[in-house]
Design a protein around this ligand. Structure first.
Ligand code: BG6
Length: 607
């Protein structure tokens, strides 16, 4: 996720662009840049790192004259966070500058075509194909060039464009990434969200997918995807700036829970092409797969639990034994790894010390290493033989949500990709791909099916302990559900393999220990049902997570959370969502600091 801004009017643009980028910095902050037009001259300034570096380079914008411009703060997805990869990107003829938020899923095909047509690329980004397409299609009319360019793009994009042939104008194009216009007096704006606008104007126009706008200081014209001019209503923003940064949500954690359908889509959609799972990143890696005799997944915290959830698909589809090890343990285990071991390292930040150490230890012993990381260019990404990014966008809340679900989504994709490469998929491939492509919608359904979670939180928030129980894939999700509850509400919670309760821990079960029972795996549903009966007979209140038509569980449980039915091999990213929301609302009831829980860090870069 990145942040884009645009301004045109009578004032100097650069300071306004920089101010807007500062307000959007939470959307991405590994590099930044502005392009400002003075007369027919476009000047571009870009930096690696935070907006502060850009302010320093441009003397807070005072060294860059001009009343029109666009700006960008980057969260790298394609290409490391460098100055070359920072936006804005310029066309070869210097006539166009573009900033982009989103992912161009067909950028490799477009890049090859443009290279064949003689266009020179300055960066590794997906975005740069846009500015060369504009040059290709420009015959004197910017709107026509924008339309033709947009028709070639697949994926998500919020674009800001300026053209030196049209001083005083900025263009905004929206497809599946947020883009809002700010209506001023003698000046107009665009931005990725209202955060960057509210200090200048509270009158905004929300563009919808397929629409684009031409803005000058005195006018805003909006067009639909056929190029027909349309009228849209102006909305008055009543949020304060701080609330706007969270998209109107009270906490970043809730915002990031709600972002999961989009984040999981960003992780999955670009990697399913023509009925196959295609990882551009794995090209040189796959031939070594037939020699792999063991897969070890290693990580910390929720990333470890993501490994626990994804291992089922990996093991069952690939037929390769999979072990999941805590990195803080693996690094000192004297691990039995060699050239026939594949180590999959999972890390949102890519900077967790234990995870880095485990990666180095196993790599030194000859293991093949594949990283699943969110932060582009992070240490884990650089150390691994091969890295697959989750494209979750920046995650601000310390307790991860979309980081976790996108990690599992990538594991699902890898399982199918590896199994296909090992000729083990057979006829189920199409059905599995349909299931994966539907996951974003299913996650949204899991959110929509549970409006009563805030009420459930009021009922359970004073309990001092919870048990999360489940079997198989449900148990893996119970581990993360339990951690979420502990991390942000500070209430004790323990995840237990449901079949293991009777070997000791059931001694703790009574009316004071609510049991959250995950019953989403039909294969072992009956067994979990009997565990629920066991704990109920000892006085426990049971909150069950299951399907709406599960007639056997409904009469037994005291309270219910629902998810839509999905193959249990791929349901973890759905099951966890109601549990994330439960933990969130319990913590809220208890007045906890949800985005910055006590004693925790977003990434523990020390041992
Ligand atoms: C913890 C975070 O510090 O580190 C967790 O609070 C996270 O949310 C864990 O799961 C591992 O971090 P990473 O960045 O390696 O996934």
């Amino acid at each position: 996720m990145c942040g884009i801004v645009g301004f045109t009017g009578m004032q100097e643009a650069a300071p306004i662009l920089l101010d807007g980028l500062k307000k959007l910095e939470y959307r991405g902050y590994d590099s930044a840049g502005i392009a400002v037009m003075s007369g027919k001259t476009i000047s571009v300034n870009k930096v690696r790192g935070r907006i502060a570096n850009l302010c320093e380079k441009t003397k807070d914008g005072t060294s860059v004259p001009g009343p029109t411009g666009i700006g960008h703060t980057r969260w790298a997805t394609h290409g490391a966070p460098t100055e070359e990869n920072a936006h804005p990107h310029l066309s070869n003829d210097g006539r166009f500058a573009v900033v982009h938020n989103g992912i161009i899923e067909n950028y490799l095909t477009l890049r090859e075509e443009l290279l064949r047509d003689g266009y020179q690329f300055q960066s590794e980004t997906d975005t740069e194909v846009i500015v060369h397409l504009l040059e290709l299609y420009y015959k004197g009319n910017v709107r026509d060039a924008l339309l033709k360019t947009a028709n070639r793009l697949r994926g998500s994009y919020a674009l800001g464009v300026i053209c030196s042939d049209e001083p005083g104008k900025i263009y905004a194009v929206r497809e599946a990434s947020p883009l809002i216009l700010g209506v001023g007096i003698g000046e107009n704006y665009f931005a990725s969200d209202v955060t960057a606008l509210v200090s200048h104007t509270r009158n905004v126009i929300y563009l919808d997918d397929g629409e684009f706008a031409e803005l000058s200081g005195m006018s805003i014209r909006i067009f639909d995807c056929s190029g027909t001019e349309i009228r849209k209503k102006t909305t008055r923003i009543l949020w304060d700036v701080q609330a706007a940064e969270k998209g109107g949500y009270e906490h970043f954690m809730l915002k990031e829970i709600m972002e999961q359908p989009g984040a999981v889509r960003a992780a999955i959609a670009p990697r399913i092409k023509n009925g196959k799972v295609i990882f551009e990143e794995l090209g040189a890696f796959l031939p070594a797969l037939p020699d792999i005799r063991k897969i070890i997944i290693t990580a910390c915290g929720s990333a470890y639990y993501a490994g626990c959830a994804g291992r089922y698909a990996l093991e069952q589809l690939c037929g390769i034994p999979v072990e999941v090890e805590l990195a803080s343990e693996l690094r000192y285990l004297n691990p039995l790894v060699d050239g026939h071991t594949l180590l999959i390292v999972i890390s949102q930040s890519g900077e967790t010390a234990d995870t880095i150490a485990a990666l180095k230890e196993c790599k030194s012993r000859g293991a093949k290493t594949l990283a699943i990381v969110n932060v582009v260019g992070s240490t884990v990404a650089k150390l691994a033989d091969c890295t697959v990014y989750t494209w979750a966008g920046p995650e601000i809340a310390v307790a991860t949500t979309k980081g976790y679900t996108t990690q599992i989504a990538v594991l699902y994709l890898l399982a199918i990709c590896f199994a296909d490469h090992l000729n083990r998929l057979g006829k189920d491939e199409a059905a599995m791909l349909d299931t994966l492509q539907a996951l974003p919608r299913r996650i949204q359904q899991a959110i929509d099916m549970n409006p009563a979670i805030p009420e459930l939180a009021k009922k359970y928030h004073e309990n001092h302990a919870f048990f999360f129980i489940g079997r198989n894939t449900d148990y893996a999700v119970a581990l993360e559900g339990s951690l979420k509850m502990k991390e942000i509400s500070y209430l004790h919670a323990e995840a237990y393999a449901a079949g293991e309760l009777k070997h000791g821990t059931i001694a703790l079960i009574d009316e004071h220990q609510p049991v959250i029972a995950l019953c989403c795996n039909p294969f072992i549903m009956e067994k979990t049902l009997s565990n629920i009966v066991e704990v109920k007979s000892r006085g426990a209140e049971v909150l069950a997570l299951t399907f709406r038509d599960n007639q056997k569980i409904l009469p037994v449980a005291d309270d219910l959370l629902f998810i839509p039915k999905v193959d249990a091999l791929f349901s973890a990213v759905i099951e966890i969502v109601p549990l994330q929301l439960l933990a969130y609302y319990v913590a809220k009831e208890n007045g906890c600091d949800i985005d910055k829980p006590k004693n925790l860090a977003k990434s523990v870069t020390v041992e």
